[in-house]
Design a protein around this ligand. Sequence first.
Ligand SMILES: NC(=O)c1ccc[n+]([C@@H]2O[C@H](COP(=O)([O-])OP(=O)(O)OC[C@H]3O[C@@H](n4cnc5c(N)ncnc54)[C@H](OP(=O)(O)O)[C@@H]3O)[C@@H](O)[C@H]2O)c1
Length: 335
Amino acid sequence: MPNANRRLVLKSRPTGFAGPQHFAEETVPVRAPEDGEALLESLLISVDPAMRVWISENPGYVPRVEIGEVMRAFGIARVLESRADGLAVGDLVQARPGWQSYATLPAKEIEKLDLSLGSAEDWIGPLGLTGVTAYFSLRDIARSRPGETVLVSGAAGAVGQMVGQIARIDACRVVGIAGGAEKCAYLTEQASFHAAIDYKTETNLAAAIARACPDGIDVFHDNVGGAILDAAIANLRVGGRVVVCGRISQTAADELYGVRNLGTLIGKRGRLEGFVVFDYEARYGEARAWIAARIKTGELRQKLHVIDGLERLPEGLGMLFRGENLGKLVVRVSQ
Ligand SMILES: NC(=O)c1ccc[n+]([C@@H]2O[C@H](COP(=O)([O-])OP(=O)(O)OC[C@H]3O[C@@H](n4cnc5c(N)ncnc54)[C@H](OP(=O)(O)O)[C@@H]3O)[C@@H](O)[C@H]2O)c1
């Protein structure tokens, strides 16, 4: 058993973007597992916008991370020692190990990966929370139908790339909004989007959406909020649906953007609905089976953005808010 556990704890609550200055590195002894527990070695740690919310004063529907506490995070790990039924040394699992190299957790908080569905890299993206989020957004909240136009913001990110590809498989017309030429080229050349809009160079985003979606939008999957949400609502068709999945533009903003176009929802009989993926836990299996089948045929492909080293996790969290990730951002802690 290893004896030194490197970990990153919350040092102070950020205003604005989070970064290395808000976390402190510590080395503590590794805790041996007790009955019903397993010792895990972190392999891949997921970097998610929600983490910035978890370290704020009032995160809302989840408890905040306290000062001095190990930063909370989802990840893929390997079992190093087990005193729990159903978990054996060497098993690959998903859990919430946090920002540390080793975690000792109860078995009920550890899920063994079904590697017949996909690899560890698939499990941190399409088979993990990001793929499942995309699946239920389109299937259950938006209820998209073949032939409809689906617009996605944050389209070149983890969830966005999945929403676009799933909508395309479902025979929708798919348009993505992303920041920069490289991301837009990725969307149309590799991620099967029909068109992409670079919101950083468009001076009139509503007009750019109208050009890319001349018949209007049936579904807007929003990861970003703020002015992008407004511009999309302005282009809704009658019966259009807006899924409020995320609002990263507002998460660390000094001043919140007041949405102006809500009145459009009246005449368009539009629907705007938020959702939390955890509500679908009982149905993750359904989403994973569907996604795994499309990964196998090559119809669904993940772009993974990997950075190396536990100490780079705080930098990774900032990257999401500066738009420096292309695809699903993860930190590789160990091979
Ligand atoms: N409701 C749920 O249950 C649920 C579950 C999972 C995730 N989410 C939400 O889904 C969203 C996407 O998460 P993700 O993990 O897939 O992250 P991500 O899209 O991989 O990364 C964040 C992206 O947001 C964009 N962004 C950052 N600041 C922006 C701004 N001010 N304006 C416009 N775009 C901005 C950046 O792309 P650009 O370079 O294109 O700007 C960045 O790459 C997040 O809001 C997250 O909280 C919700």
